[in-house]
Ligand binder design. Sequence first.
Ligand SMILES: [Zn+2]
Ligand SMILES: [Zn+2]
Length: 120
Amino acid sequence: MMASEADCRPLGVFECQLCALTAPYSYVGQKPPNTQSVVLLEESYIMKDPFTSDKGRFLVLGARCSVCSKLVCVGPECSLFYSRRFCLPCVQENIGDFPQEIQRDMATRTAASKRPSSQP
Ligand SMILES: [Zn+2]
Ligand SMILES: [Zn+2]
């Protein structure tokens, strides 16, 4: 009883340092609880998926940028994963070190974010 309660209790509140997204997280690490074979590629902040009662479902909220160690969410406007987690400011600073597909991807992301957000 006690143990399962502890499982559900949030450890703290994840806060993205770029977009101010906040969400309670219940686990930090690479092996989310209640999952048999899931091993994440990075240490992640994880919450149980609130939209399902399936215990094995979880949401990755974010992780630390491997360059500046800012806490960033996994949203496309905040970070990308390319063998390690990078926040977008760090990607932009070192864009020359990334392969062309990432550079192209970044170009579309920045173009998209400059567009007025009146569109649905
Ligand atoms: Zn964010
Ligand atoms: Zn960074």
